[in-house]
Design a protein around this ligand. Structure first.
Ligand code: G4P
Length: 292
C-alpha cells in the first residue's frame, strides 16, 4: 500500500497514535533492517513522547547481518533496546514479549510491590507503510488470537490481541509517514519496494540502486549480473548507465536497432534486489555507536 501523505493525513495519523498512547505501556517501533534510517518517521521521538520503546529491525532475513549488528549497537548506544526479526517466518518474534517485560521491569516490580498481580503489558506497533506491521501482528497473534474488547477507555472497535499471557497488542497498528521530502529516502524506500513504481520513476530508482550497490556491494552485483569493471566514479552518469547497459546485454533486454531497453533492465535490477537475489543487503550504514 502506498499512501500519499498530505499535512491533513499526517495530523490525523499523529492524533490516532497519540490517542492510543494513553492505552499502552510500550510502543514497538518497526523499521526495515535494510534501511533503518529511511524507514524511520522523522518525528517519532516527538510523537511517542518518552513512552518506553522497543525497536524491531524487521525483514532482517533480507539485510546484511553484520550491518544489522551495527545498527543494533547504535540503537543500544542511544538507550533503546532492539531486536532483529523476520516477521514472515517468525524468526526471533518470540523474543518480543520477553524483551518487553525486560524494558518494563520497573513498572512490573512496582505492581508487585503494591501487592498487585502484574497484568499483561500493553503494546502498540508503529511504523511506516509496508514495513511489516500486519505481518508481525499476525505472527504475534498466532493461533491464540483472542479479542478482549469492552474495556473502559478502549475506543469502540479497538481490540486487544493476546500474545501469550504476559503481553497484549492493539490490533490496529499506528501508521507513520516516512521522511518523504528527502529524495534519497524516497529512492531507498523505492529500492526496498516500500514505495511503488507508480509514484516514482523506475529507471531513476534503478539508477540510484546501481550507484548504492556498486559502492557497497560490488562483488555481489558483479557476480549476479556478470559485470566486468567496477565504476571508478559513482557520480559519473556514463559509468552507471554503462553498467545498466551491460546488464541489458547480458540479459537480452534489446529493442529495435539493437538499443538496450533500460526500463526492462531497471525492472530486473529492482525485482532481483527486492527478492534478495543479490544476497542480504543493507543500503545505509549505521552511525557510530556512541552516546550523543
Ligand atoms: P504493513 O502492514 O506495515 O503495511 O506491511 P505488511 O505486513 O503488509 O508487509 C509488507 C510486505 O513485507 C509484505 O509483502 C510482507 O510479506 C513483507 N514482509 C513483512 N515482514 C517481512 C519480513 O520480516 N521478511 C520479509 N522477507 N518480508 C516481510 P507482500 O505480501 O509480498 O506484499 P507486497 O509488498 O509485495 O505488496
Amino acid at each position: 500500500m502506498t499512501i500519499q501523505w498530505f499535512p491533513g493525513h499526517m495530523t490525523r495519523a499523529r492524533r490516532q497514535i497519540e490517542d492510543k498512547l494513553k492505552l499502552i505501556d510500550i510502543a514497538i517501533e518497526l523499521l526495515d533492517a535494510r534501511v533503518p534510517m529511511s524507514s524511520r518517521n522523522p518525528m517519532v521521538d516527538d510523537i511517542l513522547r518518552g513512552k518506553p520503546r522497543l525497536i524491531l529491525l524487521n525483514k532482517a532475513d533480507l539485510a546484511d547481518p553484520r550491518e544489522t549488528e551495527r545498527w543494533m549497537a547504535y540503537f543500544t548506544s542511544q538507550g533503546c533496546a532492539s531486536i532483529a526479526v523476520d516477521s514472515s517466518t517468525g524468526s526471533r518474534v518470540n523474543e518480543i514479549p520477553v524483551k518487553v517485560r525486560e524494558i518494563l521491569h520497573e513498572k512490573i516490580q512496582r505492581m508487585l510491590d503494591r501487592g498487585m498481580n502484574p497484568r499483561a503489558m500493553r503494546a502498540l506497533i508503529v511504523g511506516i507503510p509496508n514495513v511489516g506491521k500486519s505481518t508481525l501482528t499476525n505472527r504475534l497473534a498466532g493461533r491464540h488470537i483472542a479479542a478482549t474488547g469492552d474495556r473502559p477507555g478502549v475506543t469502540k472497535g479497538q481490540q486487544w490481541i493476546k500474545v501469550g499471557s504476559e503481553m497484549e497488542l492493539l490490533d490496529t497498528p499506528g501508521i507513520l509517514w516516512p521522511k518523504f521530502e528527502d529524495e534519497l529516502v524516497g529512492y531507498k524506500l523505492a529500492m526496498t519496494g516500500a514505495i511503488k513504481e507508480q509514484v516514482i520513476n523506475i529507471e531513476d530508482v534503478a539508477y540510484f540502486a546501481m550507484r548504492v550497490l556498486a559502492d557497497r556491494y560490488w562483488p555481489d552485483m558483479k557476480e549476479r549480473f556478470g559485470l566486468e569493471e567496477q565504476p571508478t566514479d559513482l557520480d559519473d552518469n556514463m559509468q552507471i548507465v554503462g553498467l545498466m547497459e551491460e546488464i541489458g546485454r547480458n540479459r537480452g533486454c534489446l529493442i529495435s536497432g539493437g538499443r538496450i531497453d533500460l526500463e526492462k533492465v531497471s525492472g530486473i535490477i529492482l525485482r532481483e534486489l527486492r527478492a534478495g537475489k543479490l544476497g542480504r543487503l543493507t543500503l545505509e550504514a549505521a552511525p557510530p555507536a556512541s552516546r550523543s
